[in-house]
Design a protein around this ligand. Structure first.
Ligand code: NAP
Length: 237
C-alpha cells in the first residue's frame, strides 16, 4: 500500500469520517477507535433514539437507513456544507440463510441486495458532494471474503452474491472516481464476534477494527479498486 495519510490531520485539517451502521458491532467499534485516533466522526444509525452506546462516544449521530431514499436525501441536506474525508460503508445484513438453492426466498434475497449492495452505492452517491469537499476522498466498502468467487465454499447465496456485486460496483466506482483523486477500496474485516458473526467468530471487533484502521491509514492512490483483509492482505476476487 502506498501510504499517504498515516495521521488524522492533513496540513493541519482534522479528518472527518462518516461510518454507517455505527450503533453496534464493527461500526460502533470503528467510531470509538477513529475518535481515539483524533478524527471527527459522524456515526449513523437507523434509530438514533435507541443508539445509547453510539451517543455515549460523543460522535455526531445522524439518522440513516441506507435503503430509504428520503432518509438519504435528508442526511445529505443536514450535512450540507460539511466535508467528509472518508466514508465507511459498514451497514450490512446477513440476510439470506436458506440451506439450499431450492429453499431460496427471493424476498429475503432482494432485501439483502438492497442493504448490502445498493445501500453503499446510494450512500456514496448521496454524499459525493461532501466527499469532493474532503482532502482525502476515500470510500471504504466493508465487504466480505464471502464475496470472493475464487474463495467460494458454497451456501449463503444472497449474502455472498450481494458482496460480490458490491465489489464490482466498487471496481467501477474506482475506475470513474480514481481519475478525480478518489481512493475506493473493499475490505474484509475478518470473521468478527458481533451479532452477525456470532460469539464463536475468530476475532473481536477491537482486533478487526485496529487492523482495518491501520490499513486505511496506509491507503494511497495505488490502492484504488483493491480488495484487502483487516491485515492488509490482498483477497482474490
Ligand atoms: N461480523 C463478521 O464476521 C463480518 C464478516 C465479514 C463482513 N462483515 C461485514 O461487516 C459489516 C458490519 O457487520 P457487523 O458484524 O458489525 O454486523 P451487526 O453487528 O449485525 O451490525 C450491523 C449494522 O448494520 C446496520 N444496518 C442494518 N441494516 C441497515 C439499514 N437498512 N440501514 C442502515 N443500517 C443498517 C445495523 O443497524 P440496526 O441495529 O438498526 O439493525 C447495525 O448497525 C457488514 O457489512 C457485514 O456484512 C462482517
Amino acid at each position: 500500500m502506498a501510504g499517504v495519510c498515516p495521521a488524522s490531520a492533513i496540513a493541519g485539517t482534522v479528518m472527518t469520517v462518516l461510518v454507517t451502521g455505527a450503533n453496534r458491532g464493527i461500526g460502533l467499534e470503528m467510531v470509538k477507535q477513529l475518535q481515539s485516533r483524533g478524527m471527527d466522526v459522524i456515526g449513523t444509525a437507523r434509530k438514533p433514539g435507541e443508539a445509547a452506546e453510539l451517543k455515549a462516544t460523543g460522535a455526531r449521530v445522524e439518522q440513516l437507513d441506507v435503503t430509504d431514499a428520503d432518509s438519504l436525501a435528508a442526511l445529505a441536506r443536514r450535512l450540507d456544507g460539511v466535508k467528509i474525508d472518508m466514508l465507511i460503508n459498514n451497514a450490512g445484513i446477513g440476510g439470506h440463510t436458506a440451506a439450499s438453492f431450492a429453499e431460496t426466498d427471493f424476498t429475503q434475497l432482494d432485501k439483502t441486495f438492497a442493504v448490502n449492495t445498493l445501500g453503499p452505492m446510494r450512500v456514496t452517491q448521496a454524499l459525493l458532494p461532501h466527499l469532493r469537499r474532503g482532502e482525502q476522498k476515500t470510500v471504504i466498502q466493508i465487504s466480505s471474503r464471502m464475496g470472493s468467487i475464487e474463495g467460494n465454499e458454497g451456501g449463503y447465496y444472497g449474502y455472498r452474491a450481494s458482496k460480490t456485486a458490491l465489489n464490482m460496483m466498487n471496481s467501477s466506482l474506482a475506475l470513474e472516481l480514481g481519475e478525480q483523486g478518489f481512493t475506493c477500496v473493499v475490505v474484509h474485516p475478518g470473521w468478527v464476534q458481533t451479532d452477525m458473526g456470532g460469539a464463536g467468530a475468530d476475532i473481536t471487533p477491537e482486533v478487526s477494527v485496529k487492523g482495518l484502521l491501520d490499513v486505511f491509514a496506509g491507503l494511497g492512490p495505488g490502492d484504488n479498486g483493491k480488495f484487502y483483509d483487516y491485515q492488509g492482505k490482498k483477497i482474490p476476487w
